[in-house]
Design a protein around this ligand. Structure first.
Ligand code: FAD
Length: 278
């Protein structure tokens, strides 16, 4: 761990990681692929920060076994009501099991885990660029930015318009939302670059916050380099333990020209965008 990681970790790290059975208080379909899950839990879990995640012990769907917990970002927290929200895609056996949960059931969760996003005091305006499940990870930034008076432009990308999510959530926190999709042929790197260059030219982008697309990461890295901007990325990597022990989620990063291996679950999942190797 280098000294910068240490500063970042001590700034964000919650010494209390809990494993508990949380009560399902709402569970709804957002569209054909994604579900919105709200649980009631203890104070520690409900103090999770944007960018942190939980390891969920998903129920086993009939005839299948998922073995390990599944990582899921915090989509929202309400410390006063002790609630945590998740927005997840039904992707495989674990999330199929999650999809079977009903209001009144319980879910075994462990967290909050990992290092979340950093909003430096000097930031005035940020660009949030997310695709797919990355939108779930980035969404809580909107509220955090509003609380700090930071302007947000959110570029939300999806395969089709019906799969776009969190538009109202971003807008309710005062963010400007720009949607791009594959089916409308607006989600390609060239168009997103054009949008970002426009924001930069209007002094509306001091930093990038991104998740969910390697192609869009490369665009942002190039622009950050060209204009001297900063950025953070939340990385999604298959993981097992979620607490830094098994080293299953190690990825390489470029730290000042040197290739350094880091655990996504423990050193991240949020990293300096310029260190990420797409
Ligand atoms: C820190 C972190 C936060 C995440 N937050 C969210 C979130 O908020 N919402 C959400 O929908 N998803 C999120 N994911 C992805 C989520 O963990 C996976 O979709 C889930 O584990 C799939 O489990 P499964 O058993 O349903 O599918 P599996 O049968 O395990 O896999 C189904 C498909 O999902 C892919 N997959 C499996 N694990 C991951 C993973 N960790 N990252 C990316 N793709 C994966 C597999 O390659 C496969 O194509 C997050 C992942 C990480 C690491």
């Amino acid at each position: 761990m280098n000294s910068l990681d240490h500063v970042s970790r001590t700034a964000h790290w919650k010494p209390t990681i809990v494993a508990e059975r949380a009560l399902i208080v709402a569970h709804t379909a957002v569209n054909g692929e994604y579900r919105h899950l709200i649980v009631e839990c203890g104070d520690e879990a409900a103090s999770a920060l944007p960018g942190q995640f939980f390891q969920l012990l998903c129920p086993q769907p009939a005839g299948e076994q998922s073995f390990l917990r599944r990582p899921m970002s915090v989509y929202g927290v309400d410390p006063a009501r002790r609630r945590v929200e998740f927005l997840y895609k039904v992707a495989g056996v674990g999330t199929r099991g999650l999809d079977t949960l009903k209001v009144g059931d319980t879910l075994d969760l462990m967290g909050p885990l990992g290092v979340g996003f950093t909003l430096d005091p000097g930031l005035r305006n940020i660009a949030v660029v997310g695709r797919g499940a990355g939108l779930a990870t980035l969404a809580p930034l909107a509220g955090a930015c509003r609380a700090r008076g930071i302007g947000v432009t959110a570029i939300l990308s999806a395969r089709r318009p019906d799969l776009l999510m969190s538009i109202e959530l971003f807008e309710s926190h005062g963010a400007e939302v720009i949607t791009v999709t594959d089916s409308e042929q607006t989600s390609g790197p060239a168009n997103v670059e054009r949008i970002l260059r426009h924001l930069i030219s209007q002094d509306r982008c001091d930093a990038f916050f991104t998740c969910g697309s390697s192609r869009l990461l490369r665009v942002q890295q190039r622009l950050a380099h060209e204009f001297g901007l900063s950025g953070e990325i939340a990385m999604e990597q298959q993981m097992a333990c979620g607490i830094g022990l098994c080293h299953c989620c190690v990825r390489d990063f470029n730290v000042k020209g040197e290739i350094v291996s880091k655990r996504v679950c423990w050193d991240g999942p949020v990293f300096d965008m310029m260190q990420a190797l797409p």
